[in-house]
Ligand binder design. Structure first.
Ligand code: ZN
Ligand code: ZN
Length: 573
């Protein structure tokens, strides 16, 4: 008996109620379908569960808890668990090793850290602490609650691990932005003889994309190709994203063209990749093609399209896409979409329009949006407007990391105008809110190893030769017309100190290391966590012509491809 529709399920259930002596397996099948099938019905499943007479098998409760944990309403999973746990009827089932993984899943979805931790205590007391599935679920739960340390504690203590345990811990590190550690764990996993599954591959590709670990990404691509089973769409999406974020847009395009089945995520990854590389005409052309094959864009597709317009400064085009977003594309505008338009207007120097646009927004502006406006005010030298904006920034709700970047920028605007008093005020505000300035770092991969550089840091084992090389480079560049842009240094120090501080920005350390270590003629690829300053940007342009070397830098916003003294962004970023 195979059930495929709800109508069939209710009919069979009615029959079962009429002739209860029939095979009890039938009821399990009906219940299973209503609870777990995408065409099932949770309310109906609950109705079956409630009508069962004790003693019941824990299978029904566990299936229901599992179904709720996958549903849009996972709190039901916790509440059913509590009913089960608190039930005093001796004939009622008690939670077992199949119950906990799904309640933990619900806790993770709801970020119910406290409750999950209580569950952990209960699991320990009930003697399930060494159960592999429960341990895997605990890793997943702690990672989902941003508690990578606690997830690691569970993982570290496991006597036996499977590919799911490894994948969960790697995923946890990657999700919590500890991508370098995620990559190290992956290496360990492979060394211990575990074969990655699709979920592992996707997680690790995300780590590669974030850190710029191209060689690991290429190996994973070869690995999935070698399996010969064809690539799933989500793996294709992850590969496109990895290649474009590692600077290999041609490889991303190859994967895209070779993929047989493409869904909206695959297309969106490609459009976003092209846009971030400044290949905005190509991005828009692809978007047009997507319409021809009759695929509906989603929120992320529209963000990619609008950022293509933003990167090129196409104000009218961007505004038209935005106007049509709901009407034509049936996508509800998000704060990212509004952010692109504010950025687009502001960078084009239409600061007043940008500000008016913010006023007209039906949703609360976020930190990124304020920051792009303040950044543009800085570029266009409109300090007065910044003074006005600070009130909004102070009053708006922002998450702490974004928050910090906005204040730092605000402080920088004041400092660039020599308004040290105001800068001090911003600093005080930051202190009051307990915000710490994020430090700039750049990463470069040489022969499969990722090297990380912090601005001004000397703790690298080859620091001496890196700094020596940097001095040489600077001298050579100065001979070719480069002069440090001292106005980028926002401290009250003399010019010589300013020049030295500029020279030690993290991407310059990385490029110096790259020139020493990377094979001659290869592209130097750097990933930076913040936006590049104007001085570093001009420095890289000079290197690309004086040393005849291509440099590719990914900053927070987009790619800069330096070739023969020019950058792909056309100095518009
Ligand atoms: Zn810099
Ligand atoms: Zn550039």
């Amino acid at each position: 008996m195979e059930i495929t529709t709800m109508a069939q399920a209710t009919q069979l259930h009615a029959q079962f109620l009429k002739y209860p002596q029939t095979d009890p397996q039938n009821l399990s099948k009906i219940f299973n379908f209503t609870a777990l099938s995408p065409s099932g019905n949770l309310t109906y499943a609950r109705h079956i569960l409630n009508s069962l007479q004790t003693p019941t098998n824990s299978y029904f409760h566990n299936t229901m808890i599992r179904a709720y944990s996958d549903s849009p309403d996972p709190i039901q999973s916790i509440s059913l668990f509590l009913t089960l746990h608190n039930c005093e009827d001796p004939l009622s089932p008690t939670p077992d090793s199949f119950t906990y993984p799904f309640v933990l899943k619900a806790c993770s979805k709801l970020k119910q850290k406290r409750f999950g931790q209580q569950l952990h205590g209960l699991i320990y007391k009930s003697g399930f602490a060494l159960d592999l599935y429960i341990q895997n679920a605990l890793i997943h739960f702690y990672s989902g609650c941003d508690e990578t340390g606690l997830a690691w504690k569970v993982f570290d203590k496991m006597h036996e691990r499977d590919v799911v345990s490894w994948t969960s811990i790697i995923n946890g590190f990657v999700d919590n932005k500890r991508t370098v550690e995620g990559l190290e764990l992956f290496e360990k996993m492979v060394m211990e003889g575990f074969e990655p599954n699709d979920v592992t591959v996707i997680s690790v590709l995300r780590a590669c994309a974030d850190t710029g670990a191209l060689s690991v990404g290429i190996k994973l691509n070869e690995y999935v190709n070698g399996k010969g089973t064809g690539l799933k769409k989500n793996v294709v999406t992850a590969l496109i994203d990895m290649y474009s974020k590692c600077g290999c847009i041609d490889s991303a395009m190859r994967i895209f063209n070779e993929a047989v089945n493409k869904d909206v995520y695959v297309w969106t990854a490609m459009i976003a990749g092209l846009a971030s590389h400044g290949l905005c005409r190509e991005a828009i052309a692809l978007f047009d093609r997507m319409e021809i094959v009759d695929l509906k864009p989603d929120e992320k597709t529209m963000t990619a399209v609008l950022s293509a317009c933003r990167n090129m400064g196409w104000v009218d085009k961007g505004l038209t896409y935005f106007k049509n977003i709901k009407k034509v594309y049936n996508v509800r505008p998000t704060v990212q979409h509004y952010g692109c338009i504010v950025d687009l207007l502001a960078r084009a120097g239409r600061l007043e329009d940008a500000q008016e646009f913010i006023k007209s927004m039906p949703i609360e502006p976020d930190a990124v949006l304020w920051r792009s406006l303040i950044w543009a005010c800085k570029v266009h030298g409109d300090t007065q407007r910044v003074e006005h904006l600070i009130k909004h920034v102070e009053g708006s709700k922002m998450d702490s990391t974004d928050d910090c970047g906005t204040y730092v920028l605000l402080g920088n605007v004041y400092a660039s105008k020599g308004k040290w008093k105001n800068k001090a005020k911003v600093r005080r505000l930051m202190n009051q809110k307990g915000l710490v300035k994020p430090s700039g770092h750049s990463r470069i991969e040489i022969d499969g190893v990722i090297y990380e550089f912090m601005a001004g840091s000397t703790c690298h084992f080859e620091a001496e030769s890196i700094y020596k090389k940097l001095d040489e480079i600077e001298e050579e560049l100065r001979g070719n017309g480069y002069y440090p842009k001292l106005s980028e240094v926002l401290l009250e120090i003399d010019d010589e100190e300013k020049a030295s501080q500029l020279l030690h920005h993290s991407e310059k350390l990385a490029v110096s290391f790259g020139l020493i270590k990377a094979k001659p003629g290869t592209i130097i690829r750097i990933v930076k966590n913040l936006r590049s300053c104007e001085d570093c940007h001009s420095f890289m342009k000079y290197i690309s012509s004086v040393y005849q070397r291509e440099i590719l830098i990914r900053d927070r916003i987009r790619f800069h491809h330096f070739r023969n003294g020019e950058c792909s962004c056309g100095d518009y970023w």
